[in-house]
Design a protein around this ligand. Structure first.
Ligand SMILES: [Zn+2]
Length: 337
């Protein structure tokens, strides 16, 4: 592991921590003061990035990496003693002991608040079976239909390309009641399971998805190795911290997409396909919704939901289109302007 070959330097300090790196230590103090004055860790990270700093392995600062930095006793010249209590580490600190204690108190208060809110809202949200499968898509734009309650609080599926706080979005126009969509898919799937040849088709589909799963895992491994090497390359001055930061950001995006794909494929690959038709139908009727989505993925290329009939209790013909795997794959959906 290239990253572990040489220990990473602590931001604000020389490699052996015997001295401060003046500009970094100053920036660290500013970020800590922002946080102590009520700012978020993400805000402190944004401040460090805005000042032009990157982490010592070339990563852009995030709320997470700042949280880790702020929890490191060495930034205040401390280290854990034999009994776990913090003691003087024998090197200078970038922030005062009092500032470090304030950071710790803020973390503890936040943990407590989160626990309390979890206890106050124990009931889980509606269990959307098809929300994170990419199987059910918007008929207008092709985006995943995700589980979302309507303003009235009813569970539904909605085009995920709608505007959100963090991005503009240009569709979000197709919605359907979760109950109506899930009942309809359930009826169609059970009817299909009864047809001859279903089991063979399921086994074939599972074999194909298992191959895709293996390929996605190999890709994830490759991306991870590339990321591991970046830290070492920076330490050996083979690339600049800034270009490592860019590469790291791109790699993290790839990892996120691959992990999502792997989770989806794993669900499908875990579906039992070897029972009799009756056993499969029985399984369907009692399976958890996530497992049902796995079986649906083995049977269907895609499900398109078209606009219309909002609030209607019955589906209009053509509103939901099922593309079965024993037929040719559907063409990609072209965005309707
Ligand atoms: Zn859409």
């Amino acid at each position: 592991m290239g990253r572990d070959a040489v220990a990473a330097r602590l931001f604000g300090f020389t490699p052996d921590k015997s001295a401060l790196v003046a500009d970094e230590a100053q920036a660290l103090r500013e970020a800590v003061e922002l946080r102590i004055n009520g700012g978020t860790r993400a805000g402190a990270a944004a401040r460090l990035n805005a000042l032009g700093f990157v982490g010592t392995l070339g990563s852009t600062f995030t709320g997470k990496t700042v949280a880790r930095l702020f929890r490191t006793p060495a930034i205040a010249g401390l280290k854990p003693g034999p009994d776990g209590k913090l003691i003087d580490a024998g090197h200078p600190g970038a922030i005062t002991l009092e500032q470090f204690a304030q950071l710790q108190a803020m973390d503890a208060a936040e943990d407590e608040k989160r626990d309390a809110s979890r206890k106050a809202n124990p009931q889980p949200d509606y269990d959307y079976a098809f929300s994170s499968t990419d199987l059910v898509v918007c008929g207008l734009c092709g985006a995943n239909q995700q589980g979302l309650r309507t303003n009235a609080g009813n569970p539904g599926y909605c085009c995920s390309a709608g505007p959100r706080a963090d991005r503009p979005g240009d569709c979000g126009r197709v919605r359907i009641s979760a109950e109506i969509l899930e009942d309809h898919l359930g009826e169609e799937i059970v009817a299909r399971l009864m047809e001859p040849g279903t089991q063979k088709a399921l086994e074939k589909a599972r074999g194909e998805l298992e191959k895709q799963l293996a390929a996605a895992r190999a890709d994830l491994e490759t991306v991870g190795q590339g990321l591991d090497n970046l830290g070492g390359m920076v330490l050996r001055h083979e690339i600049t911290a800034a270009s490592a930061a860019k590469a790291r950001q791109e790699g993290a995006q790839q990892q996120k997409a691959l992990r999502r794909r792997i989770r989806i494929l794993e669900r499908a690959a875990a579906t039992p396909v070897s029972g009799s038709v009756q056993e499969l139908v029985t399984w369907w009727n009692s399976a958890p919704s996530q497992a049902k989505a796995g079986l649906a993925m083995l049977m269907l290329h895609r499900v398109d939901v078209h606009p219309g009939g909002q609030g209607a209790r019955k589906l209009k013909p053509g509103r939901v289109v099922l593309w079965w795997r024993d037929r040719p794959a559907p063409p990609p959906i072209r965005r309707v302007a």
